[in-house]
Write a protein that binds this ligand. Structure first.
Ligand code: NAD
Length: 470
């Protein structure tokens, strides 16, 4: 085995490795007790501190914290507790007649020692979410949250230290170097949430240890609004979904592809809803957040400058304030194809509106890009919806809504290729942290024994009969 003695996290890793079978052999009831402790910490003990940390890091309104962080985790824990007993049971599968005398089942066993690396945009949700699945599946875990949200990361470290012993779950804080060191260790599974660029680094590091990976990545998620859509309702939902968390959401509608004939109506409906959501003054509104760091503020401001330089039309917003890291909810149309806003994932409160002449052109545009994490369809035409579903690919889709597929624990969540590898949430999260061990148990004499050597003519005939009939 490689020598990891120089690695600052090796000792911690070894503690968890030594404890992995004790954790792995916990019963359903013991795992539920652990989940209860975590639930109590989030729902009760630390609830107000979580609200405050998110206010400090992201200017997150309390209602958004309640819904997208606390409820998201608590809901996940409740769902897991309801179903865990069944998920943990060995799953019987059929055994072919040719193996008469045996039975087969799948045992969901823990992967072992897992690494969870999380991003900053929903710090609690995207750290504790995977952790719930890791615990449910009986793993130990080392967590590395984002350095961009220091208040949230420090609080999570406190929560983890209160609820778990270090050899069960530990959290280490720090920047890229910390991830780099952790990624050198021979984890059994790595669950990474972040950008496709860093996802590639994680996968490369994992390949050195042949660790399995779940990569929850991002990219540009398109929203199609066709001419049959209820434009007012579409605008209402898209304006909510796009500007939630200031657009800093992996499944945020990145850009709108809209039928030319309904563009003007759509923009006017968007203005109406933005006015009603933020009282025509998002900067002063308690319902609107801020950009996470100066670096991200600069990045988004440069996208706006680039759009201006290319003579794009600012339909709404465009105002910025460096001191408060404020960027107004912004709608931009007439963008040239080379505009940065149409090339890079936006991850901020700017919505490009691109018109199309036919649905085929819209789908060809989407298919010319990387496969998205989410694709949203606003339409009242069953035929159009079917056409789009059959001729595009995406990690997930909402029809006549945005973002909400993320919140249904019964649906697998994740991307495809550039937007991710593997799935999470509910049973799919449990599976991501489990090895599906295949077990065949011999009960009586097995007919396969008739085919053991020496290979006589009779056995050859028997083999042919097996191929023909079983
Ligand atoms: P990021 O990839 O920059 O960082 C994510 C984590 O990786 C952080 O903890 C960071 O410290 C670490 N990291 C950064 N550079 C690294 C490196 N070179 N080596 C090892 N670790 C490194 O992502 P972010 O800016 O925190 O989050 C935004 C991105 O995450 C967007 O692309 C967004 O779409 C995506 N995202 C995806 C999901 C999802 O569930 N699919 C959820 C949220 C965010």
């Amino acid at each position: 085995m490689e020598d990891f003695n120089d690695n600052p996290y090796f000792e911690l890793f070894i503690k968890q490795r030594q404890n992995q079978f004790a954790v792995g052999n916990t019963t359903y009831k013991q795992r539920v007790r652990t989940l209860n402790k975590l639930q109590h910490a989030i729902e009760t003990t630390f609830r107000e501190q979580i609200q405050q940390a998110l206010q400090n890091d992201l200017g997150k309104p309390v209602v958004e914290t309640e819904l997208t962080e606390i409820y998201a985790i608590v809901g996940d824990i409740k769902h897991t507790k309801t179903h865990l007993k069944r998920w943990m049971k060995n799953q019987r599968v059929e055994t072919p007649m040719s193996m008469l005398g045996s039975s087969s089942y799948i045992k969901y066993e823990p992967k072992g020692v897992c690494l969870i690396i999380s991003p900053w945009n929903f710090p609690f949700n995207l750290t504790f979410g995977p952790l719930v699945s890791a615990i449910a599946a009986g793993n130990t875990a080392i967590i590395k949250p984002s350095e961009m949200t220091p208040h949230s990361s420090a609080l999570m470290a406190k929560i983890i230290a209160e609820v778990f012993s270090e050899d069960e779950v530990a959290l280490v804080q720090g920047e890229v170097e910390v991830s780099t060191q952790l990624l050198k260790l021979p984890f059994n599974h790595i669950f990474f949430t972040g950008s496709p660029q860093v996802g590639k680094i994680v996968m490369e590091a994992a390949s050195k240890q042949l660790a399995s990976v779940t990569l929850e990545l991002g990219g540009k998620s398109p929203t199609i609004v066709d001419k049959t859509a209820n434009i007012d309702k579409a605008a209402k939902k898209i304006m909510w979904a796009k500007f939630l968390n200031c657009g800093q959401i992996c499944v945020s509608p990145d850009y709108v592809l809209i039928d030319e004939s309904v563009k003007a109506e759509f923009i006017s409906a968007c203005k109406k809803w933005l006015h009603s959501y933020y009282d025509n003054n998002p900067k002063a509104s308690d319902s609107y957040g801020k950009i996470v760091t100066d670096k991200h503020f600069e990045r988004l401001s440069s996208y706006l400058e680039n759009a201006k330089a290319l003579d794009a039309k600012f339909d709404v917003g465009g105002e910025t304030d460096r001191t408060s890291r404020y960027i107004a909810p912004t709608l931009i149309s007439d963008l040239k194809p080379e505009a940065t806003l149409l090339e890079e994932e936006i991850f901020g409160p700017i919505l490009p509106i691109v018109t199309y002449e036919s649905l085929d052109v819209a789908m060809a545009y989407i298919n010319s890009k990387e496969r998205p994490l989410a694709l949203y369809i606003y339409s009242r035409s069953k035929a159009n919806i079917k056409r789009i579903m059959n001729n595009t690919r995406a990690g997930g889709t909402c029809i006549n809504n945005s973002v909400l597929h993320y919140a249904n624990h019964n649906l697998p969540f994740g991307g495809v290729n550039n937007s991710g590898i593997g799935k999470s949430h509910g049973f799919y999260g449990f599976k991501a942290f489990s090895n599906e061990r295949s077990v065949l148990k011999q009960h009586t004499f097995g007919v396969t024994e008739l085919l053991f050597p020496p290979y006589t003519n009779m056995k050859e005939k028997l083999a042919r009969l097996t191929i023909k009939w079983f």
